[in-house]
Ligand binder design. Structure first.
Ligand SMILES: [Zn+2]
Length: 507
């Protein structure tokens, strides 16, 4: 019986401390399950089987991993740095904004401190201390009154084009014109909720992400800085939602599909490499990609400078990601001990975004949409969440990079309900500071602009949120947009407050 988030006893229910034995309903394990409880769950060291060859028969050493001579502990040097500039002419005109007397949470890891922050054009010019009267005289002043100023957040698993549908196939039904407008509206919703960086994790139609990215980056519509994806790819037998899948059966197919996406201007592509309990057909522990297809997909994408992200819930699919060079792993639920060791060896290269909110909300909030708790439990999501949360805690202990990003855009997880940081604190036992660093500084890193995004430091883009309260005391403040008094995007006020004044403060 699941007693997870959505109730006040969330963290207690998920507590896997030694006094509370690990529990899950073995009846919901698929008949072909090979999952063995790992040592972070049992407390015992198993005889771990470490594969010595990958699925293509090439030697595999998880401690010195490489593929075709490419060192897998570092990003492939062929990857391109994506353009994240917003060419907004209005923000190029000289214009200064001052946040006066704010608590600065700068995402360098330092504790917050008080001071003023000066924004000049699109970027942050000065941080901390008191600004001079000349500096104040030419600026628009926002009185901080001690409120917290911090970087905007990242969602690392974004689907602007998921339509808040109550069914999986419903994501494919919207006609293209309405779908384009819906996608633009989701981008705006993310920004309204304080998300200034989004990494696309698949687009329901090939060009939706790209078109919206171009519109945002041209300054035509409001939205977060965005890296676009295309339709997710899978073999016919492995498609989770056929209506939004680009089918690939052979290495030749996948190269052609990826070249098409690269030509469209997509920044990263997505391989759907495992099943998912929600399909009620392909179980999360089913692996859907043959090894040669993963290897060919990663090679084709990296050759075009694009990163690869993967839906990978099964242990085997996570291992494939690590053996063939997938850059961003989504879910990673059923990770085994030997795969965990392999992931740790690649922790400088690989990012994990578990997207816990969808299965969690399916267990707690989907009943109103015809998906009762008993069904969510019966398909195995409660079991998967317990296993995944234990694995993610272990990843966090080992310094593996875990980012927020929650697969939002279904009826019971609609756009605007973003709350991954709560899950990180309540379930993964991150401190609020760790959760915020993963949503800001690590976000800048994931966007491949670590010096310009995700931090409140001179020279960084002024993508900022002013929070009414202290998110280090209460992380849930960041789950509700009404707590964000000011949102600055690219140095422009996206959301302000009435005391904003063009006149200099005379006080
Ligand atoms: Zn997703």
């Amino acid at each position: 019986m699941w007693h997870g988030p959505g109730t006040t006893s969330a963290s207690a229910a998920m507590d896997s401390s030694p006094t509370k034995p690990f529990r899950f309903d073995t009846l919901t394990a698929p008949p072909n399950s090979t999952w063995v409880p790992p040592k972070w769950i049992t407390g015992l060291t198993n005889g771990v089987h470490v594969p010595t060859h990958n699925g293509l028969g090439a030697p595999w050493d998880p401690k010195i991993p490489s593929i075709n001579g490419v060192d897998l502990t570092k990003p492939d040097p062929r990857l391109k740095t994506p353009d994240i500039q917003i060419k907004d002419e209005r923000s190029l005109s000289p214009r200064r904004i001052v946040f006066k007397n704010v608590t600065i949470l700068d995402s360098t890891g330092a504790p917050p401190y008080s001071g003023d922050v000066l924004v000049d054009g699109q970027r942050i010019a000065k941080v901390g201390g008191k600004l001079t009267s000349e500096e104040l005289a030419t600026a628009r002043i926002i009185e901080g009154r001690g409120r917290t100023l911090m970087s905007g957040l990242i969602d690392a698993h974004t689907h602007f084009s998921w339509t808040d549908s109550a069914s999986l196939e419903g994501l494919a039904d919207m006609p293209v014109e309405e779908h384009t407008l819906f996608t633009a509206k989701s981008a705006l919703t993310f920004l309204d909720c304080g998300y200034t960086m989004c990494l696309g994790a698949a687009s329901a139609k090939d060009r939706l992400d790209v078109v919206i990215k171009n519109a945002i980056h041209n300054g035509d519509i409001p939205g977060p800085r965005f890296l676009a994806n295309g339709k997710e790819m899978a073999p016919t037998t492995g498609a989770l939602i056929p209506g939004i899948t680009k089918f690939v059966e052979t290495p030749k197919d996948i190269k052609r599909a990826i070249d098409e996406l690269a030509d469209l201007g997509v920044d990263q592509c997505k391989l759907s490499m495992s099943g998912d309990e929600i399909t009620e057909e392909l179980r999360s522990e089913d692996t859907t990609f043959p090894d040669e297809l993963v290897a060919a997909g990663v090679e084709a994408a990296h050759a075009r400078g694009m990163r690869v992200c993967s839906h990978a819930r099964s242990d085997e699919s996570i291992l494939q990601c690590l053996q063939y060079g997938v850059d961003i792993i989504y879910h990673a639920s059923f990770i085994s001990e030997s795969t965990m060791d392999a992931l740790e060896a690649q922790k400088d290269r690989v990012y994990v975004a578990p997207a816990l909110n969808f299965p969690l909300s399916t267990l707690t909030d989907a009943a109103a949409f015809g998906y009762p708790v008993s069904r969510a439990e019966a398909i195995g999501y409660a079991r998967e969440m317990e296993i995944a949360v234990a694995g993610l805690k272990e990843m966090h202990k080992r310094g593996i990079k875990i980012l927020p990003g929650g697969d939002y855009g279904f009826a019971w997880t609609p756009h605007g309900t973003y709350r991954d940081l709560e899950h990180f604190v309540n379930l993964l036992e991150m401190t609020p500071m760790e959760a915020i660093l993963s949503a800001t500084a690590l976000g800048g890193e994931l966007m491949l602009h670590p010096h310009e995004l995700g931090k409140v430091v001179p020279g960084a883009y002024a993508d900022l949120i002013l929070v009414n309260g202290d998110p280090l005391q209460d992380i849930t403040l960041l789950s509700h947009k009404e707590n964000l008094d000011v949102i600055l995007m690219n140095g422009r006020v996206h959301k302000g407050e009435c005391e904003l004044s063009d006149r200099a403060a005379q006080a």
